[in-house]
Design a protein around this ligand. Structure first.
Ligand code: AMP
Length: 285
């Protein structure tokens, strides 16, 4: 039995990762991968727990992927906490933390982009140009490098989850993509590495986003019109100090088509700025 408190090895080179996974596949073990950008919180750790439950071997990847940042300032400010991350992972008894050197992902002359059409034409695809190409490209690399049989992603980034499922299917990657529920703070705010960038004052207001989304969901259940609920929520968020609501959309859960009412399985999606930090969230309605 593996000792659950032994810190997992940190692997920085692809060759070393390949040497490990080759042995696992020979033994016909399943391999789970949890891709992250670090600054780990309980949302990430819930994915690690799900992977441990399902897979014989688990790799957590930590890579702040420059290609998915459309804003250089956001990339520069992104929290980096590798030592703390390694400590948080120690108790899970995972098999490796893959923290690739940048050249292991993007060697000199790297010139390929994976681009998923359609699903990326809306919401974050519009407001963060190039973001999903960066995500799809790095995820494809991490899938092929890790040779994982299963991958674990959060519903917190629901559009990303759909994009990743689509690329895995379209490119015949032999990997099952699992979506895991959003983990929230006690006041309802979805956990996010970017929450670390909120001042204490802004943090107390941040939960308003989820609260307003819940109000919309309740209103829809009571048969109220989305248009009216939407207008009231935007007004409430602006009054609470949100500087910009980028989108607050009702969409079909499967293909992200915009809906005027929840006539099919639907989700409510939001992106809004508070004190210089962009928050996103989504809930089922
Ligand atoms: P990130 O490090 O932000 O790129 O996120 C890595 C993975 O963790 C993604 O699959 C996210 O969807 C997932 N994740 C982030 N926040 C949460 C959360 N609050 N609950 C569940 N999963 C999350």
């Amino acid at each position: 039995m593996k000792d659950a408190v032994t810190p997992p090895p940190i692997v920085r080179q692809l060759a070393e990762l390949r040497a490990m996974t080759a042995g696992w596949h020979l033994a016909q073990e399943s391999v789970g991968v949890v891709p992250t950008m670090g600054a780990l919180h309980d949302g990430h750790l819930s994915l690690v727990a799900a992977a441990k439950k399902l897979c014989d071997r688990v790799i957590v990847t930590i890579f702040v992927n420059p290609k998915q940042f459309n804003n250089p300032e956001d990339l520069a400010n992104y929290p980096r906490t590798e030592a703390e991350d390694a400590k948080k992972l120690a108790r899970f008894g995972i098999d490796a933390v893959y923290v690739p050197e940048p050249d292991q992902i993007y060697p000199n002359g790297f010139s390929t982009t994976v681009s998923v059409a359609g699903l990326t034409d809306v919401m974050d695809g519009v407001h963060r140009p190039g973001h999903f190409d960066g995500v799809a490209t790095v995820v494809t690399k991490l899938f092929t490098q890790s040779t994982a049989t299963d991958a674990f992603f959060g519903e917190k980034d629901f559009q990303q989850l759909q994009v990743v499922k689509r690329l895995a299917r379209d490119l015949d990657l032999q990997i099952t993509v699992h979506g895991c529920p959003t983990i929230r703070d006690i006041d309802g705010l979805a956990l996010s590495s970017r929450n670390l960038l909120l001042s204490d004052r802004a943090r107390t207001k941040a939960c308003r986003l989820f609260e307003e989304m819940e109000k919309i969901a309740e209103g829809l259940n009571a048969g109220e019109a989305f248009e009216d609920l939407h207008a009231a929520a935007v007004k409430a968020l602006e009054t609470a100090g949100f500087t910009k609501v980028e989108y607050l959309d009702l969409r079909a859960a499967d293909d992200l088509t915009e809906l005027a009412a929840p006539t099919r399985e639907a989700r409510l999606f939001a992106a809004a700025w508070l004190a210089g930090v962009r928050l996103i969230d989504n809930i089922a309605v």
